[in-house]
Write a protein that binds this ligand. Sequence first.
Ligand code: IDP
Ligand code: MG
Length: 152
Amino acid sequence: MQRTLVLCKPDAIHRRLVGAIVQRLENKGLRLVAAKLLHANRALAERHYAVHRGKPFYESLLNFITSGPTLAMVWEGREAVQVVRALLGPTDGVKAPPGTIRGDFSLSVQNNLVHASDSPETAEQEIALWFAPEELVAWEPCDERWTGATAG
Ligand code: IDP
Ligand code: MG
């Protein structure tokens, strides 16, 4: 079972889209194992987006992500990293196809509502950055034998 970090960025909170976003992850069969609302400071934002340091959009991105509340979550499920990335769609809301979260709710490159880890290795690092180990809740959904089955 794989885990991935998902952030509802400040635009998602301001636009009251948290429910719609969480609904899609739940509908897919993923399970929520951690969640907290916080206002990210510059240090956290710099560490989270370290890979983008030096890019033209870096400062604007940090200003955006530190501009308001973020809902940080960890979701778990079979191949959760690639499953959540697919549910989000491509970075640019204009290019994201209808049916994806970004495709349905965003027209922006920067303000694209949600972050999700892009590999299992990144997921591990990002989860450790946003959560303490004791904040993760291990549990098994009552319908796991239906939603989590790998056979067939
Ligand atoms: P991702 O969120 O789809 O993984 P990344 O390329 O990792 O996309 O970029 C991180 C975030 O930086 C994006 O989600 C978006 O908010 C912002 N971003 C990426 N590229 C641009 C750009 O060209 N202009 C403005 N913001 C950008
Ligand atoms: Mg990325």
